[in-house]
Write a protein that binds this ligand. Structure first.
Ligand SMILES: Cc1c2[nH]c(c1CCC(=O)O)Cc1[nH]c(c(CCC(=O)O)c1C)Cc1[nH]c(c(CCC(=O)O)c1C)Cc1[nH]c(c(C)c1CCC(=O)O)C2
Length: 363
């Protein structure tokens, strides 16, 4: 720090990160910043995980949450899809409920089910169980990210967290839910408790993202996977302030912020407005239409239907061409699926897809 950088009284110091110039110049980060790219960058949500036999092998006998706390294993699993598919970014292997587990919430990830919370959070007294997250609570994340950024070289590492609404949905329901009835009951029935719950979760989420950025994540994605269950008016009133708080808390780092949810066609403009630099789009809205809904100044990420990968190579290529055609003329496009890789996807189909997008978009 030079004398000129010493913060004056009352001024926040500018946060620093360890992202190298080679990473900053990668196709992925260039696309996030809406700069010209040598090819359209590609990565896949859930690119690490059950579609890969090498993942199943190293995970054998180790429960999901435990695997997230072992830095060497996290490093290996995060690198597996990078080695295999030649994707343009790695996503840190973890789960959205890891920070909640780290502050002592009694929860587990049940195979084939998802996160299950022992005692759901539904009352003012329950709220007290959500304490602040400190970097020491997740020291394994800092350690794994340090190892990963060294191994990855010029390949960017994406950090992520669950957004307040999606985390609240698991906490209030006690597990996965189709209709989110308990969550909505609380949101409509006790708006103050709901606002306080989301605000708590925003602080925890922001703290978790800061740990990841300071450990070397060169972009972050906020997963609001289930927020498509809400109308725009309810989103704006009851959810957006909390997600905005998260994005605002990490804005000083200058790393791109990606915002994604499933079934959010009617919310795309608001997802951008919440503070994202990149809006993730599922397969239900073509990217040209998504761009109109999001408005100027933001990159888009998406949006091949993950189920398309179960079809023939010709069909995959035709559907990919549709995505690329809709993305023509956008000033920032990151190719991805419209949601996570399905567990029984043929990994070779993913490798071929990366190759196809790179070839078709080489400039
Ligand atoms: C909603 C959500 C969760 N977790 C996550 C989300 C948001 C993304 C989305 O919308 O899909 C985020 C997540 N979870 C996992 C990752 C890994 C990183 C990557 O994308 O490669 C990411 C980004 C690993 C995981 N998280 C989970 C697995 C599967 C567990 C296993 O392999 O044993 C993995 C690889 C478990 C999990 N965790 C969750 C679910 C719904 C499940 C699946 C349950 C099942 O079908 O078994 C909650």
């Amino acid at each position: 720090m030079s004398a000129n950088d010493v913060p004056r009284a009352g001024q926040q110091p500018t946060p620093t990160t360890t992202v190298t110039d080679a990473v900053k110049d990668s196709a992925f980060l260039r696309a996030c910043r809406r700069e010209p790219v040598p090819h359209t960058p590609v990565w896949f949500m859930r690119q690490a995980g059950r579609s890969l036999p090498e993942y199943l092998k190293v995970r054998e006998g180790i429960p999901m949450l435990e695997s997230c706390m072992r830095p060497e294993l996290v490093t290996e699993i995060t690198l597996q899809p990078v080695r295999r598919h030649n994707v343009d970014a790695a996503i840190y292997f973890s789960d959205i409920v890891v920070p909640l587990k780290a502050i002592g919430i009694d929860l587990d990830i049940k195979p084939g089910v998802g996160p299950v919370v022992e005692q759901p959070i539904r009352s003012r007294a329950d709220l007290a169980r959500l304490r602040d997250l400190t970097p020491e609570d997740v020291s394994y994340v800092t350690e794994a990210m340090g190892m990963l950024t060294r191994e990855l070289g010029a390949t960017p590492l994406i950090g992520f967290a669950g957004a307040p609404f999606t985390l609240a949905s698991y906490l209030v329901e006690g597990g996965p839910s189709r209709n989110h009835e308990h969550t909505k009951a609380l949101m409509y029935g006790d708006p103050q408790l709901w606002a306080d719950l989301l605000d708590r979760l925003a602080d925890i989420t922001a703290a978790f993202l800061k740990v990841q950025i300071e450990a070397g994540a060169s972009a972050v994605q906020l997963f609001d996977s289930w927020v498509g269950a809400l109308s725009p008016a309810d989103y704006r009133r009851s959810v957006m302030p909390a997600s905005q708080k998260v994005f605002e808390a990490v804005s000083g780092y200058g790393v791109p912020r990606i915002h994604f949810g499933v079934g959010t066609g009617e919310l795309l403009g608001l997802l951008g407005e919440a503070g994202a630099d990149v809006v993730g789009v599922d397969w239900r809205v073509p990217l040209d239409e998504a761009a109109r809904r999001v408005g100027p100044g933001k990159a888009l990420q998406g949006n091949l239907d993950p189920a398309v990968l179960f079809s023939t190579q010709d069909a995959v290529e035709a559907k990919t061409d549709e995505v690329l055609a809709a993305a023509q003329g956008l000033d920032g496009h990151i190719f991805n699926l419209g949601h996570g890789v399905l567990p029984t996807t043929d990994p070779d189909a993913l490798t071929r897809l990366v190759e196809y997008v790179h070839t078709r978009t080489a400039r």
